[in-house]
Write a protein that binds this ligand. Structure first.
Ligand SMILES: Nc1ncnc2c1ncn2[C@@H]1O[C@H](COP(=O)(O)OP(=O)(O)OP(=O)(O)O)[C@@H](O)[C@H]1O
Length: 344
C-alpha cells in the first residue's frame, strides 16, 4: 500500500547539509500497522512527512497503492493527499470550530454538500466514542478526546492509509492505551493501513504488526514485531527492548558486584527468554542436572506480536565448572545469557 524506494532527504542549511534520510526502503502492506521507532533526531518526522510529501524527498520514489506521488502535479497531489489521513502529537484542531465542524473541515474543503457531510460525521464521531461531544469546542476536551477528534477528522475523507506522527506522545499512559486500542479497532474494523512513528516501544508492543528502527536517517532493522522481540539483530533494538523491561539490580548486590571472578564469587546474569524458551523448564533443569541454584532477583515476562518474551536477573550459585556449564546449557536452549558481573 505504501512503498518507499531509495528515499534520501538532505536539508541544506547555512552550516552544512543535514542527511536526514539515507536510502530508506519501506514496504507497508494493506491492512498492516507498521511502526517506525527511533531516538530524537533520528529522522522519524522527516520520514513520515515524506510519505504525503509535506516534505519533498531529495531523491527516491513514493508509491501509494501503486501510484507514484513524487511526479504528480499540484492538483493531482491534492487529490492523492485525501487518501492519506494524518494525526499529530499536538492534535492540530481549530480552536474556533466545534468538534463536528473540525471533523467536517476536510469534507467542506472537498466541496461535499452539507447534508452529505452530516450523514458522514455522526457515525464517525460514534466510532471514536465522541457521540455526546458534537457541539463541544477543543478547549472543553481532554487530550485523549482531542486526539479522537483528530482521528475522526483524518478518517472523514475515507483515506487508504493513516499516518500517525507521535500520536500518543502528549498523552498520559492510560489515555495512550485507550487511543492505541481505538487505532487497533479502526485497523481491524476498516482494514485501514497505518504507518506510525514513535519513540515509545510500548506503542510498537501494543499495536504494531511490523516495526523498523531508524538511526541517523537509516532504517537499520525491519521485522515483524514477534521476530523483532524474539531475536533483535542490532544493539539499538536491544536497547529499545530492554528499556521496556524493568530489571533493577538491588543496591545491596551493586555494592558486592565486581567485573572479575574471584574465589567464591558467583555470576550475576541477565537471562533473555524469547518464544519457545519462555515455556521450557530450563531453570529447574539447570538446578536438577547441573546442581546450580538460580537465585532470581527480578523477572519480567511480556507479550508482543503474539509471542512471549522476558528477562530475568539471577545469581547462579554453584562451582565454577557448574556455573559455566549452566551458562552453556541456557544458550543451547535459546536463552540469551549476559554475565553482568560477579557477586561475593
Ligand atoms: N527543516 C529542517 N532543516 C534542517 N534540518 C532539519 C530540518 N528538519 C529536520 N532537520 C534535521 O533532520 C534530522 C532529523 O530530524 P527529524 O525531525 O526527522 O527527527 P525525529 O526523529 O523526528 O526527531 P524528534 O523525535 O526529536 O522529533 C535532525 O538532525 C534535524 O535536526
Amino acid at each position: 500500500m505504501i512503498k518507499l524506494t531509495n528515499i534520501n532527504k538532505i536539508f541544506e542549511t547555512t552550516d552544512k547539509p543535514v542527511y536526514a534520510l539515507k536510502d530508506v526502503n519501506l514496504n507497508v502492506n494493506k491492512g498492516e500497522i507498521f511502526g517506525v521507532i527511533g531516538s530524537s533526531g533520528a529522522g522519524k518526522s522527516t520520514l513520515i512527512r515524506c510519505v504525503n510529501l509535506l516534505e519533498t524527498p531529495t531523491s527516491g520514489s513514493i508509491k501509494l497503492d501503486g501510484v507514484e506521488l513524487t511526479t504528480l502535479n499540484k492538483a493531482e497531489l491534492c487529490s492523492a493527499r485525501r487518501q492519506i489521513g494524518m494525526i499529530f502529537q499536538h492534535f492540530n484542531l481549530l480552536s474556533s470550530r466545534t468538534v463536528f465542524d473540525n471533523v467536517a473541515l476536510p469534507l467542506e474543503l472537498a466541496g461535499i454538500d452539507k447534508t452529505e457531510i452530516s450523514k458522514k460525521i455522526t457515525p464517525l464521531l460514534d466510532l471514536v466514542g465522541l457521540e455526546s461531544k458534537h457541539n463541544a469546542y477543543p478547549a472543553e476536551l481532554s487530550g485523549g478526546q482531542k486526539q479522537r477528534v483528530a482521528i475522526a477528522r483524518a478518517l472523514a475523507s475515507e483515506p487508504k492509509v493513516l499516518l500517525c506522527d507521535e500520536a500518543t506522545s502528549a498523552l498520559d499512559p492510560s489515555t495512550t492505551k485507550s487511543i492505541l486500542t481505538l487505532l487497533k479497532d479502526i485497523n481491524e474494523r476498516l482494514g485501514l493501513t497505518i504507518l506510525l512513528i514513535t519513540h515509545e516501544m510500548e506503542v510498537v508492543k501494543n499495536i504494531c504488526h511490523k516495526v523498523a528502527i531508524i538511526d541517523k536517517g537509516e532504517l537499520i532493522e525491519k521485522n515483524t514485531v514477534a521476530k523483532f522481540f524474539a531475536n533483535p539483530e542490532t544493539e539499538l533494538a536491544r536497547i529499545f527492548i530492554e528499556a521496556t523491561i524493568n530489571l533493577e539490580i538491588p543496591e545491596e548486590y551493586k555494592q558486592r558486584l565486581s567485573l572479575n571472578r574471584k574465589d567464591n564469587s558467583m555470576p550475576l546474569v541477565r537471562l533473555g527468554f524469547t518464544g519457545n524458551s519462555v515455556d521450557s523448564a530450563v531453570i529447574s533443569e539447570v538446578s536438577r542436572t547441573l546442581h546450580v541454584d538460580v537465585n532470581i532477583l527480578s523477572a519480567d515476562i511480556e507479550f508482543a506480536g503474539g509471542i512471549k518474551f522476558g528477562y530475568m536477573l539471577a545469581e547462579l550459585i554453584g562451582t565454577k565448572e557448574n556455573t559455566i556449564a549452566a551458562k552453556a546449557f541456557f544458550q543451547q536452549h535459546a536463552v540469551n545469557v549476559e554475565v553482568i558481573g560477579y557477586v561475593d
